[in-house]
Design a protein around this ligand. Structure first.
Ligand code: ATP
Ligand code: MG
Length: 257
């Protein structure tokens, strides 16, 4: 099962991805959490200690690995290289594990415009589409905000998108874009999780603007979650939000898989 967590910037993708990853791990699943946001902070949200975070080198920055696998020379551009590099051993070899969750940090590629075909990009895309083949259990991908980067390359092989929304038209708009895009690339399952809900009006607003059957549940606005970020604690420690995500996870199991 490979789930990509998407949504507008700042809606709570990383918070949700971190908590649900730890819940699956606690249940005994083998969980690979993929940080696919160039602004990497998933390991932090998962509660990784700083010394382990300091050891993380994003895949795109492993110049020798990129060169070896794509048969290119580091830093070259426009030269010949392999477009089907071997990637199947990468998740196991280059992830970091803590609290039972393995994290693979993808990093970013300075494309200088979209659609760059450079060795780093080819490796990342192939790695993304092969993640599930190696990891039989659960892959949770914490995606970059917005939809520009979502496409056949990065979203290939995903079983479901979970779009995190908050009570506001912009995040709903992002949900609608993701829904359309998912359809275009043949992904049928697109679910919604509402976050930062403060009252009934907020909940009503969300329900009015999404398709009821794709709604997985809500997380309320929580001082505890906000504080955990400030003091660099994992939001997993926030009991109320944790309970809300357990409900969401059950609903997902019931309607998606
Ligand atoms: N339910 C909540 N209650 C209060 N604060 C929250 C809640 N969920 C998330 N936050 C806070 O909102 C901020 C953004 O959350 P998070 O980093 O999870 O969002 P994101 O969608 O991953 O953002 P980005 O688009 O930058 O990757 C963080 O400071 C987080 O602590
Ligand atoms: Mg994030």
């Amino acid at each position: 099962m490979k789930i990509a967590i998407t949504g507008k910037g700042g809606v709570g993708k990383t918070t949700f991805a971190a908590i649900i990853s730890r819940l699956y791990a606690e249940e005994g699943y083998k969980v690979l959490a993929v940080d696919a946001d160039p602004d990497e902070n998933l390991a932090l949200a998962l509660g990784f200690p700083q010394n382990l975070i300091d050891e993380i080198v994003p895949i795109s920055e492993m110049k020798n690995l990129v060169a070896e696998r794509t048969k290119s020379s580091p830093g070259t551009f426009g030269k010949m290289f392999k477009i089907n590099p071997k990637v199947d051993d990468i998740p196991e070899r280059y992830c970091k594990e803590y609290n039972g969750v393995k994290v693979l940090t993808m990093g970013t590629v300075d494309t200088g415009g979209s659609g760059c075909i450079c060795p780093e990009n080819v490796l990342l895309k192939r790695l993304t589409s092969h993640l599930i083949l190696q990891n039989k259990d659960i892959v949770i991908m914490d995606m970059e905000a917005g939809i520009e980067h979502l496409g056949r390359g990065t979203a290939e092989g995903v079983d479901a998108f979970i779009v995190v929304v908050e009570p506001g038209i912009r995040s709903i708009q992002t949900y609608k874009y993701v829904k359309k895009l998912a359809k275009d690339i043949g992904i049928e399952k697109v679910f919604v999780v509402a976050n930062k809900i403060k009252n009934e009006d907020d909940e009503d607003y969300i329900m009015k603007n999404i398709d009821r059957e794709v709604y997985l549940g809500s997380m309320h606005y929580s001082e505890d979650v906000g504080n955990s970020d400030r003091v660099n604690k994992s939001p997993y420690e926030c009991k109320n939000t944790l309970e809300e995500i357990k409900v969401i996870k059950n609903k997902l199991a019931n309607i998606a898989f």
